[in-house]
Design a protein around this ligand. Structure first.
Ligand code: TYD
Length: 394
């Protein structure tokens, strides 16, 4: 059994730790962001994990509800799950600001959310909310108090959990014998295809392939019976799992496993090729931005995403190349970006006709952003590094 390191993204800060004063800059936490491939389970993970409390706490700044794309995504997801499974009770792990949960009745739906600021939101909405990390102890408490659950749902949270063995065993314990466990996270295959290395940051302890998940879930008596490839977060997989042997296996499971095998995800060679692509992307991006700057262009970034933290710190892109970042999240505005300390301001304040180029920090919302920013595109251009460094005119 061995873990092979294939990518080193250098010294990185906490991706969502926006800084509001000088003392915070002095004491900014940094760690080395490297990625390993487990040859036995086929799981791709960070080489070393960041302490969860440093990332998920009262000042967490990611609001799922802010984007129209995500609001309609979770509305549609909830309707699909109600139609297909008619759950009598629901547990959501990592419920953020309640964007999914609000589609279910509050008297039969439980929320688990370690970030206190978000837990307060779902509590105020009337949902029983446990502001805790998902652990064996918490799953036992919830099962004793509320019984086993028909639907356990989790979006962009399972890949945050460092001890997956314990997390999946706890899900298995809390799931009713005919229940379903549905979770969605960014797809490793999509990330490799798109060269979107910026999906690697402190919170993403793991990048999931269906292949690795099948191996891991099996150990907890769960089995994948369906996989849906969905578009959010640059391409994610929605995994449907159930207690082993309780449901017919859909052919989408085999199809996804085959696709991953054909892409070489079971073997280290594919990961080494990916790391070479990442290094080329860095060289090209720095070259393009430096050239524009030399010509006197004003370049900003659109979206102060976690992904942007990875790109800018890996490529060492600071205020020499990027004037500022615009972002709609109130909690990020007036602060400095993690690591490279680029000011973040509101789009109203900074996204105007003086901007020549905007780097798409939130490239996963390209469609939504392009349709909202038609006026900017009359004279300006977006730049994206996904799937390769390119200009977007419309
Ligand atoms: P997301 O890609 O979900 O973030 P992360 O990489 O952290 O998972 O992007 C959400 C961020 O982008 C959030 O800070 C809001 C910002 N954003 C805008 O500022 N304007 C927009 O039009 C969109 C869609 C997002």
């Amino acid at each position: 059994m061995s873990k092979v390191k294939f990518l080193d993204l250098g010294s990185q800060p906490i991706a969502n730790n926006f800084l509001d004063n000088k003392s915070k800059i002095k004491n900014e936490y940094k760690f080395n962001l490297s990625v390993v491939f487990d040859e036995e389970t086929k799981l791709v993970s960070l080489e070393s994990f960041v302490q969860p409390e440093l990332m998920f706490n009262d000042s967490y700044v990611y609001y799922s509800s802010l984007s129209k794309t995500m609001r309609s995504h979770f509305y549609d997801t909830a309707n699909l799950l109600k139609k297909d499974f008619s759950p009598k009770n629901v547990l959501e792990i990592g419920s953020n600001d309640g964007v999914f949960l609000k589609n279910f009745p509050f008297n039969t739906t439980i929320s688990v959310e370690p970030c206190g600021n978000f837990a307060r939101i779902t509590t105020a909405m009337g949902y029983t909310t446990y502001s805790k990390f998902w652990t064996k102890g918490l799953s036992e408490t919830i099962t004793t108090k509320h019984g086993k659950q028909d639907l356990i749902f989790s979006a962009n949270c399972m890949c945050h959990i460092q001890d997956l063995k314990s997390a999946f065993a706890s899900v298995s314990r809390s799931l009713s014998p005919t229940g379903v466990f549905v979770f969605e996270d960014p797809s490793l295959l999509k990330m490799m295809e798109r060269g979107s290395y910026d999906q690697i940051y402190d919170e993403h302890a793991h990048m999931f392939s269906v292949t690795a998940l099948q191996n891991l879930l099996k150990n907890s008596g769960l089995e994948i019976f369906k996989v849906q490839n969905i578009t959010v977060h640059g391409g994610s997989n929605r995994i449907f799992a159930c207690p082993e042997g309780t449901r017919k296996i859909d052919r989408s499971v085999r199809e996804n496993l085959d696709r991953e095998e054909n892409a070489g995800l079971g073997n280290i060679d594919a990961y080494i090729r990916f790391s070479e692509k990442v290094s080329q992307s860095k060289t090209q991006l720095v070259q393009v931005l430096s050239e524009l700057k030399r010509k006197g262009c004003k370049i900003v970034s659109y979206g102060a995403t976690s992904k942007l933290t990875t790109v800018f710190n890996y490529c060492q892109i600071g205020t020499d190349l990027i004037d500022y970042i615009v972002d709609t999240t109130y909690d990020k505005q007036g602060k400095l970006s993690p690591g490279m300390h680029i000011p973040v301001i509101s789009p109203e304040e900074g996204f105007d006709s003086t901007v020549d180029f905007a780097f798409l920090g939130a490239w996963n919302y390209e469609k939504e952003i392009l349709s909202n920013e038609k006026e900017f595109l009359n004279n300006g251009r977006f730049i994206s590094h996904v799937p390769y460094v390119r200009f977007i005119k419309n």
